[in-house]
Design a protein around this ligand. Structure first.
Ligand code: GLU
Length: 487
C-alpha cells in the first residue's frame, strides 16, 4: 500500500508465531487489539509469523484460529502468512543494501559467538566490530562473486532512537546499546524485526499493540522504518501479566492455553471479561461488563503501565457470575458435552428429560463457578452409584438410632401423596417433633443417604426432583449401610 493510499481507519493486528498454543498473553493482546478496532470502527487482522518452519505447524495455526474464534475475536480479513511473503521481504532487504543503509556480513557465526564470549568474560559490551562493513570494495566483490553465504546487517550510526509509547510515554535508547543488527540470515530469510516492519507497513497497520517484552524490538523496527523511509504506526506496549506471587505466570496460576479454558468449564464471556481487566480498567468500579460495554469503554489511556496480576480466583468468581446470568436452557446445552463425557447422561436423556434437566440446572446454578461443578456437585441426580462422603459418615451416620429414625422417616415418605417441597418439609418437621429430636438429625442423614454428600441445595428440593421412588430406594440402602456398620 503506498502512503497516499492509506486510509485513516484504524487497522491493528496480532502476530502470533504458531510454535505454541494461544497463550493467555497473546489472547489478551488479541482482545485489546480487537476492542481498540471495534471502538474506533476499524479492522482487526491476524498475521501468522511462520518463517521458522521447523517450529511452526499447521495444527498449531488451526489451534490459534480456533481459539480466537472461541473467544469471538475473529479477524476481519483473511490471515496473512509470513512464509508466503519471502520474496516481498527480499525486495525491502535489497533496497536497504542498494541504498547503503545495510551491508553484507560474511563473518562466521561461530567466530562471532567466540568474540561475544570473550567480551562477556572481559566485562566489555559485545558489539559487532563492523569487520565486513570495513572490507574494501574489491574484497566485497570477491565474496559476492564466490557465492559465499552472507547475512545482512543494518548500519546503525551514532545517535538515539525515541518514540512516544501510547501507554508508557516517551521511550528512548542510545545507539550505543544497539548493534548493527542482522536483518536477513545467510539463507536469505528475514529476521523477525525485518519481516514485522514490512508486514505492518504493507498491511496498513496504524497501531501496534503488543506485550512490553517487545519494547527493545520496537527501537530496531523504528530504525528500519526510518531507513526505508516508511511511515510508522503508533506503538502501545502492554504490561506483563504476572501470577499472584508476582512471578511469571504459569500453569500453577491456572494460566493455560485458551482452548483449555473451554475444557475446564469456563464460559467464553467470562474469560473475555476477565482478560479485558488484565491491565485495563474502565475507570470506575465495574467488573462484570458485556462485550458491548467493553467496546464502548475501551481505550489505551486506561491501560496501566504497571504489571497485571492473573488471579484465577477472580476468574472463577466471574465465571460463577456469568453462569448465573445465563438462561437455564442455554446452560443445558453448554453442559451437554461435559455430562455426556462424564458417562452419567446420554444425549437422548437430555433431549427427552428436558424438564428434569431444567430443574437440575435451576437448582445448582447458584452454587457453581465452573460448568464442571454441575457434575461434581450434582452427579447424584443421574446415578445411584456413589460412595458416602467419609467425613459425612463420621458426622451423620453415627449410631443405630440414625437407622431407626430413617426407618420411621421412610414409613412417612411411603405414605406421602404429593411428593413436593412443601409436604416433604411439613412431614419431616412433624416427625421430628413426634420423635422429640431436632429436625437436623433427620435432614443431615437424609441428605447423605440421597446424595452421598453433606452440602447442596435445599434437601426438599433435591427430594422433589429425585422423586419418590429414588428417595425410598436410597434411604433403604443407607439404613442397611448403617445397620451393617453398627451391628
Ligand atoms: N510473533 C511475535 C510474538 O508472538 C509478534 C509480536 C508482535 O506483535 O510484533 O510475540
Amino acid at each position: 500500500m503506498s502512503d497516499s493510499n492509506r486510509v485513516s481507519e484504524v487497522r491493528v493486528r496480532i502476530a502470533p508465531s504458531p510454535s505454541g498454543f494461544l497463550h493467555i498473553g497473546t489472547a489478551r493482546a488479541a482482545l485489546f487489539n480487537w476492542l481498540f478496532a471495534r471502538h474506533h470502527g476499524g479492522k482487526f487482522l491476524l498475521r501468522i509469523e511462520d518463517t521458522d518452519i521447523q517450529r511452526s505447524s499447521t495444527e498449531m495455526v488451526k489451534t490459534i484460529i480456533d481459539s480466537l474464534k472461541w473467544l469471538g475475536l475473529e479477524p476481519d480479513e483473511p490471515p496473512v502468512y509470513q512464509s508466503q511473503r519471502l520474496n516481498i521481504y527480499k525486495k525491502y532487504i535489497d533496497k536497504l543494501l542498494s541504498s547503503g543503509k545495510a551491508y553484507r556480513c560474511w563473518c562466521d557465526p561461530e567466530m562471532l559467538k567466540q568474540k561475544q564470549k570473550q567480551a562477556m568474560a572481559e566485562k566489555r559490551q559485545s558489539r559487532y566490530d563492523r569487520t565486513c562493513y570495513h572490507l574494501s570494495e574489491k574484497e566485497k566483490e570477491k565474496n559476492i562473486k564466490s557465492g559465499k553465504p552472507a547475512a545482512v546487517r543494518l548500519y546503525v550510526p551514532e545517535g538515539e532512537t525515541a518514540f512516544d509509547d501510547l501507554i508508557s510515554g516517551n521511550l528512548r535508547r542510545n545507539h550505543k546499546e544497539i548493534d548493527d543488527f542482522i536483518i536477513a540470515r545467510s539463507d536469505g530469510r528475514p529476521v523477525y524485526n525485518m519481516a514485522v516492519v514490512v508486514d505492518d507497513y504493507e498491511m496498513g497497520i496504524t497501531h501496534v499493540i503488543r506485550g512490553n517484552d517487545h519494547i527493545f524490538n520496537t527501537f530496531n523496527q523504528i530504525l528500519l522504518y526510518d531507513n526505508l523511509g516508511l511511515a510508522k504506526p503508533q506503538f502501545a506496549h502492554l504490561p506483563l501479566i504476572l501470577g499472584t506471587d508476582r512471578s511469571k505466570i504459569s500453569k500453577r496460576d491456572g494460566a493455560v492455553a485458551v482452548t483449555d479454558y473451554a475444557k475446564m468449564g469456563y464460559l467464553k464471556e467470562a474469560v473475555v471479561n476477565f482478560i479485558a481487566l488484565l491491565g485495563w480498567s474502565p475507570g470506575d468500579d465495574r467488573e462484570i461488563m458485556t462485550i458491548e460495554e467493553l467496546i464502548e469503554s475501551f481505550n489505551l489511556d486506561r491501560v496501566h503501565p504497571t504489571n497485571a496480576i492473573f488471579d484465577i480466583n477472580k476468574l472463577n468468581w466471574m465465571n460463577g457470575e456469568y453462569i448465573r446470568k445465563t438462561e437455564d436452557y442455554v446452560l443445558i446445552d453448554l453442559l451437554r458435552p461435559f455430562l455426556v463425557e462424564s458417562g452419567l447422561v446420554t444425549q437422548l436423556f437430555i433431549n427427552t428429560r428436558w424438564d428434569y434437566m431444567m430443574k437440575f440446572v435451576g437448582l445448582l446454578k447458584g452454587r457453581c463457578r465452573l460448568l464442571t461443578d454441575f457434575i461434581s456437585q450434582g452427579f447424584y441426580f443421574f446415578t445411584d452409584e456413589f460412595d458416602y462422603d467419609e467425613k459425612g459418615v463420621k458426622k451423620h451416620f453415627v449410631s443405630i438410632e440414625v437407622a431407626e429414625n430413617l426407618e420411621k422417616w421412610l414409613c412417612v415418605l411411603k405414605n406421602i401423596e404429593s411428593f413436593n417441597v412443601e409436604s416433604l418439609e411439613n412431614a419431616l418437621r412433624k416427625l421430628a417433633e413426634k420423635l422429640e429430636i431436632k429436625a437436623s438429625l433427620l435432614i443431615h442423614p437424609t441428605r447423605l443417604a440421597l446424595t452421598g454428600t453433606t452440602k447442596g441445595p435445599s434437601l426438599f428440593e433435591v427430594m422433589e426432583l429425585l422423586g419418590k421412588e429414588k428417595c425410598l430406594l436410597r434411604i433403604e440402602k443407607a439404613i442397611e449401610y448403617i445397620r451393617t456398620k453398627y451391628k
